[in-house]
Design a binder for this molecule. Structure first.
Ligand SMILES: *Cc1c(COP(=O)(O)O)cnc(C)c1O
Length: 415
């Protein structure tokens, strides 16, 4: 049932509702001018009932598709049975969810959190703690190497090692202990490692930076280097994980194992914030009661949904679909002959199209696609990203590609 407050706005146009929103909502985002009221599978609808194909999936949070029936069933049944306990007590859902996470990743111990940024913070604590307790780094001297162009979330510690001025401005003072090196530059990582380095923390493919895929062999080289130098390999797969790149995890493309893996976004099945850190026993076994916590982390509702999300991904062939249709879409996008495009790159159903800023902004491409019923979102000024739900079909991709080509042709001929 819609309450009266919401009903009042349905009578208004989307435009009015968007203006109303701006009066009361802090403007830390710049959304496309579309106001969504409903979604199912790969589609979503606005206030006026216009239908859109979702090629964004809420930054991969909706990789399973909107309101997947099995997720909704689990969500509602668990909500009626046991929703929230806090970790002051055990629940019958935490063990099975963490077991499943360990089994799909091949790692030993897992720790549940809520958002991606919290899981990144947890991984930083885990790595530093290992640095002091196992590696023997002197107190408060632990260093973590990160990549330039990284995106790991928005907390004060995480923006401390961002290299994006917009993410940092006016938010200092910053947390020390991080060193940024160029992404996929193994020599720079070698040079940055000192006896006080406890970890290298990276995204295996940089998402927010514009779907930057490292050259083949980078993760293998990084794994070897970390092992040789007694440094933890910590991978942030909050966005790349859970089928997005055509494998369950991006590190599987190179048959390596990280020491610590960070997951989020799709782990919540598209309905809840659910994140986790999974790692080796040597690292994750160091947490003791009192050393870390979260009121909502590992709550029964999140655990039931997270477990079901992992099962749905495996049982409904979504990872294979991402591999097959991702390759198809990448080839077709590369086949578009437009003078506006500088580069097309990606892996699985995670593709960035980089535009020539002298000719068009990524934002205007997204707005024009939106007008024709395809939702995407720019990242930085020049990149349009495609990351549809992993349930998308070839025909639906063809439809999106057709509209994308038409939009590019229109822009090219009107200039
Ligand atoms: C989105 C994202 C995060 C942060 O997740 P939140 O849930 O927004 O806190 C961290 N790392 C990567 C790689 C992400 O894409």
């Amino acid at each position: 049932m819609l309450n009266n407050f919401i009903k009042k706005f349905i009578k208004n146009s989307s435009q009015k509702a968007i203006e109303h929103e701006a009066k009361y909502v802090a403007q830390n985002y710049k959304p496309l001018p579309v106001l969504l009221t409903r979604a199912e599978g790969v589609y979503t609808w606005d206030m006026e009932g216009r239908k859109y194909l979702d090629m964004m999936s809420a930054y991969s949070a909706v990789s399973l598709g909107h309101s997947h029936p099995r997720i909704i069933k689990t969500l509602t049944e668990q909500a009626k049975t046991l929703a929230m306990t806090s970790r002051a007590y055990h629940s019958n859902t935490l063990g099975p969810f963490m077991e499943k996470l360990c089994k799909v990743t091949g790692l030993d111990l897992a720790l549940p959190m809520n958002t991606g940024a919290e899981a990144v913070e947890t991984a930083i604590k885990a790595a530093r703690q290992w640095g002091y307790m196992v590696k023997g780094i002197p107190e408060d001297q632990a260093e973590i190497i990160v990549a330039e162009g990284n995106f790991h979330g928005r907390t004060t510690t995480i923006v401390s090692f961002s290299t994006e001025p917009d993410y940092r401005k006016n938010f200092g003072p910053f947390t020390p202990g991080f060193k940024a090196v160029p992404f996929e530059d193994i020599k720079a990582i070698v040079a940055a490692i000192t006896p006080n380095t406890c970890a290298v923390l990276m995204e295996p493919i940089q998402g927010e930076a514009g779907i930057k895929v490292p050259c083949d062999g980078f993760l293998r080289d990084l794994r070897q280097l970390c092992t040789d130098k007694n440094v933890l390999m910590v991978l942030d797969e909050v966005q790349s994980g859970l089928g997005r790149t055509g494998k369950m995890f991006a590190f599987q493309h190179e048959n390596v194992m990280p020491d610590v893996l960070i997951l989020g976004k799709a782990l919540g099945g598209g309905v809840l914030p659910v994140s986790a850190v999974v790692g080796t026993r040597e690292v994750m076994g160091l947490f003791v009661p009192g050393s870390h916590g979260s009121t909502f982390g590992g709550n029964p509702l999140a655990c039931a949904v997270g477990l079901e999300a992992l099962s749905v991904l495996e049982e409904e062939g979504m990872v294979q679909n991402s591999a097959i249709l991702g390759e198809y879409m990448l080839a077709n996008l590369r086949g578009i002959n437009s003078p506006l495009i500088r580069e097309v790159r990606g892996k699985g159903l995670w593709i960035g199209v980089d535009f020539d800023p002298a000719k068009v902004s990524a934002r205007s491409v997204c707005e024009k696609m939106m007008e024709r019923g395809v939702l995407s979102k720019e990242t930085h000024a020049t990149i349009v990203r495609f990351a549809p739900p992993l349930t998308i079909t070839r025909e639906q991709i063809d439809g999106a590609l057709k509209i994308f080509s038409e939009v590019l042709r229109d822009i090219d001929t009107t200039d």
